[in-house]
Design a protein around this ligand. Structure first.
Ligand code: HAM
Length: 430
């Protein structure tokens, strides 16, 4: 209800969000189905968790130093006064579900979810975006890292993308990372006057964030910064080597990128990112992930290693547009029912056909025969089923092919479903 005096201008979707309608949505459907198929072939089961969580999950799990939690999270008090947050990503909620339900390990879950981040909207960067992802809990076997990375890599290739580049790095573990962070802090301290305004003040609390900063000043300084790969202890070094050897064995090209730290603070050991070179460099990450061997413990569970990735659906589809691949057309109806006998026949026939598994559409509002036939032609249907007073009297339907010669014949009303099922090349599902 509009309150007295309130304006009645039409409302729009919030800034930074997008409506996805047909026919574009057919691509989303096909993409999710393709991802589900691949994930399930690899032993992942679908996990559905709430879009809002206790805000402490993200503060503890991802870290307040991260932009995602510190600056971008949608937080609110619910009507009971509880601090809630819309999920900014999918990993912490899945680890929370794992800790809560204790499924047998290794637990392999896939998901498709909206994620909410209060970002500055631009092409490829939204306040609600959507991710396809997987998480595995309960093993630190480097072969699992290879399996997870291969799943994403095979998806890109399967969609037809040719220009996707994989970078990988290791964030080390709690032991070796400490020494590295100290060295990095000392390095940035020496170069503090060359850092961007924000990091000149803030580098000391989490120097890793500076490596992720895209501002030219920080990018230039970090060129000469210490590299974490030079600080890895023996187990972390061996882990990285085994992951890289596995990728090589599977023919997955990759590049070691020692400055890849990613924007979330839970990562340990393997981190990786896929960049679509056909997109503008600022928003070309079409997926990323890594290990988070301390996350379950950080949110109150038993120590449990984990690894996963998230793929941005919108960005992935932008990359497909840029490379001219993965074009998906909505499925055409098989049949358009044209009814000029009052509409009851159309009402009953479309229902009967749909129950029989035949995609059927019709016109409404008592249109003329000519108008209905025009709609039938445009609908993409293979057949028009025409019902007029003559057909009604004869207990029949006129079936007209809408493609080719436009042949037509009279079919008994009771035989229509069987006739359509038999008709060859009609695109009629049985
Ligand atoms: P992330 O890198 O923050 O990682 O996001 C994953 C992907 O989501 C990005 O590579 C990008 O494709 C897409 N994305 C992120 N933010 C936006 C945005 N504002 N607009 C459009 N697309 C966006 C994670 O979220 C981790 N949870 C991934 C992970 C899973 N790590 C381990 N397991």
């Amino acid at each position: 209800m509009t309150a007295v005096g309130e304006e009645t201008t039409a409302l729009r979707a919030p800034v930074g969000t997008k409506d996805v309608l047909a026919p574009e949505s057919a691509r989303w459907e096909a993409l999710v189905a393709e991802f589900a198929r691949r994930a399930e072939l690899a032993g992942f089961g679908l996990a559905l968790t709430p879009v809002f969580e206790d805000a402490r999950l993200f503060h503890r799990g991802i870290g307040d130093e991260s932009e995602v939690v510190g600056k971008e999270m949608y937080e609110f008090a619910d009507r009971g006064g509880r601090a809630m947050a819309l999920r900014p990503e999918g990993t912490a909620p899945l680890v929370r579900a794992f800790v809560q339900h204790h499924p047998p390990v290794p637990w392999k879950a896939w998901y498709v979810t909206p994620a909410f981040r209060y970002e500055r909207p631009q092409a490829g960067r939204y306040r609600q975006h959507h991710q396809l992802g997987v998480e595995v809990l309960g093993t630190d076997d480097p072969d699992m890292d290879v399996e997870v990375i291969a799943l994403a890599s095979d998806l890109y290739a399967g969609l037809g993308l040719r220009r996707v580049e994989l970078s990988i790095n290791s964030m080390g573990c709690a032991t070796c990372r400490g020494a590295y962070v100290d060295a990095l802090r000392a390095f940035f301290h020496e170069h503090r006057n060359e850092l961007c305004d924000e990091h000149r003040e803030r580098f000391a609390s989490n120097p890793l964030r500076v490596l992720d900063c895209k501002r030219p000043a920080c990018v230039a300084v970090t060129e000469g910064a210490p590299r974490i790969v030079d600080f890895l202890d023996e187990p972390c070094r061996a882990h990285l080597a085994r992951v890289r050897a596995g990728l090589d064995a599977l023919g997955i090209a990759h590049r070691l990128e020692p400055r890849l730290v990613r924007g979330l603070d839970y990562y340990t050991r393997t981190t990786f990112e896929f960049a679509a070179l056909a997109l503008d460099a600022a928003q070309n990450a079409v997926g990323g992930g890594g290990r988070y061997d301390g996350l379950a413990e950080d949110i109150g569970g038993d120590p449990t290693p984990g690894i996963g990735f998230g793929i941005g659906i919108e960005r992935l589809l932008l990359a497909c547009d840029a490379e001219g691949c993965f074009e998906v057309r909505p499925i055409d109806p098989a049949v358009f029912v044209v009814d000029v006998s009052g509409g009851e026949a159309a009402r009953d026939l479309v229902h009967e056909l749909r129950v029989a598994g035949i995609a059927a559409v019709r016109a409404y509002d008592d249109r003329s025969m000519k108008a209905q036939l025009r709609l039938a032609d445009r609908s993409g249907a293979a057949y028009a089923l025409i019902v007029g007073p003559e057909e009604t009297a004869a207990g029949a339907v006129t079936v007209r092919a809408l493609r080719g010669e436009g042949e037509q014949r009279s079919v008994a009303r009771a035989d229509v479903v069987a006739y359509l099922r038999e008709a060859s090349g009609a695109g009629v599902a049985s």
